[in-house]
Ligand binder design. Structure first.
Ligand code: AMP
Ligand code: MG
Length: 413
């Protein structure tokens, strides 16, 4: 059996970033840039005013000349037609280009106006006050954003400023989601004897969406070879296929075998962890011949396949740890591995000897830093018990009496 660290290493070894495509800026949130982006112009492209006020000459106001003749009015978007001479000022709005001769702007609040005359009330003004010079923010020809940068709102704003209406980004992976089990009924159905609702599908769709991938829900495959085989084939049209259920040691846990039959090579099966020990991961490289198929049946060049345990909390945790790492890797996000933080434990807690455990937990940010509460969780089928959780706290598996105030590693989702 692999350790969690080994499983992560195998994922990192086997996954690489998907190809790139140009996308409209509005669709680029959280995608990673696939090229360096250079400023095409100086930014700002001209010397400009940062305030509504009066453009003046420093030599006038420094010498104590406090009354100037207003010769023009400049709004943002206009270009100056007059230069300022000694004893003169131009009324100027925020964002307007600085007129020739002016080298500072006095805020409107620090002036009074009397017809053609403006009186400067403050003398705390020096050359450069309230103006920004051309090219201070970016020089034409310099790299502003580097390949690999994850596009936040801020960075999308920068791309817009640089004139990049379509950015070259790594494309989002498609992720097929296939629940398995004879006992599953749809969410809008009252379960009969022995039946349960298929909660994993909706959960996985949401998780995968939150990770920036495109979910493709495929419904349920029943626990027989024919149904599994057909639906696995459909799932292999996506970049990633995530199955839930059928990977444990039961008589009807047919998933690993059917995946092998479909040509998916096992990379790992079973990880020393709790919950989620039966988790399965494999890869299928598709032959060139496949690309001749019609678009409807065409396969991805390579498939990454996860078999997650059916118990909902195991399914949730394995998706957060392994599927998220894979998606981040495919999207070109760095770092791809889950990032933990240290949080202060809020309760005493006795940990028995066990497998390394990702315990559902509630992390709260306080002025003194993050704190964590382990939620009262009754095992891998207890999804409702985890209702307040927003994180997983890591317990090493060594028996230990934890005391409130100690620090615990947590991964938030
Ligand atoms: P399995 O991994 O198939 O052995 O399933 C383990 C447990 O998880 C069983 O109690 C299943 O009924 C439950 N389970 C499997 N699939 C789902 C699902 N899609 N939604 C909710 N529970 C499930
Ligand atoms: Mg099952």
């Amino acid at each position: 059996m692999h350790s969690v660290a080994q499983a992560f290493q195998l994922l990192m070894n086997h996954l690489s970033t998907l190809g790139s495509q140009r996308m409209p800026l509005f669709d680029c949130l959280n995608l990673s840039l696939a090229e360096d982006v250079v400023a095409d112009l100086d930014s700002p492209p001209f010397d400009k005013s940062l305030m509504d006020g009066y453009a003046v000459r420093a030599t006038d106001v420094e010498r104590g000349t406090v009354s100037l003749r207003v010769i023009d009015l400049l709004a943002a978007g206009q270009t100056p037609t007059k230069a300022i001479g000694p004893g003169e000022a131009i009324q100027i709005m925020t964002g307007a280009p600085l007129p020739l001769g002016a080298d500072l702007v006095v805020k409107i609040e620090e002036t009074t106006r009397d017809h053609e005359q403006v009186h400067i009330k403050t003398r705390c003004v020096t050359r450069g006050t309230n103006i920004v010079r051309r090219g201070v923010s970016a020089r034409a020809g310099t790299v502003i954003l580097h390949a690999g940068a994850k596009l936040s709102g801020l960075r999308i704003g920068i791309l817009a400023e640089l004139g990049q209406a379509r950015a070259l980004v790594h494309r989002r992976p498609t992720v097929a989601i296939l629940a398995t089990g004879d006992e599953l009924v749809s969410v809008d159905t009252l379960p009969g004897p022995g039946q349960i609702r298929n909660s994993n599908e909706a959960m996985l769709v949401a998780q995968v969406q939150a990770m920036g991938a495109i979910p493709v829900p495929l419904g349920v495959a029943r626990d027989n070879r024919e149904d599994l085989r057909d639906k696995i084939q459909t799932g292999l049209r996506s970049d990633v296929l995530v199955l839930s259920g059928g990977v444990s040691a039961g008589m009807f846990d047919l998933v690993p075998n059917e995946l092998r039959e479909a040509g998916v090579q096992e990379v790992f099966h079973k990880v020393e962890m709790k919950p989620g020990k039966p988790v399965w991961f494999g890869i299928r490289d598709n032959t060139v011949a496949d690309s001749k198929n019609s678009p409807a049946t065409r396969l991805a060049a390579r498939n990454y396949v996860f078999g997650l345990p059916g118990n909902p909390v195991s399914c949730l945790v394995c998706c957060e740890l392994f599927v998220r790492t894979a998606i981040r890797r495919l999207l070109g996000e760095e770092p791809a591995l889950p990032q933990s933080i240290e949080a202060r434990l809020q309760q005493d807690f006795v940990a028995k000897r066990d497998r390394p455990t990702y315990h559902p937990a509630l992390v709260t940010w306080t002025p003194a830093g993050p704190t964590v509460i382990l939620v009262p969780w009754r095992g891998s089928s207890d999804l409702c018990g985890t209702v307040t959780a927003n994180s997983m706290a890591f317990l090493s598996g060594q028996p230990k009496q934890y005391v409130a105030g100690e620090s615990l590693s947590v991964i938030s989702w």
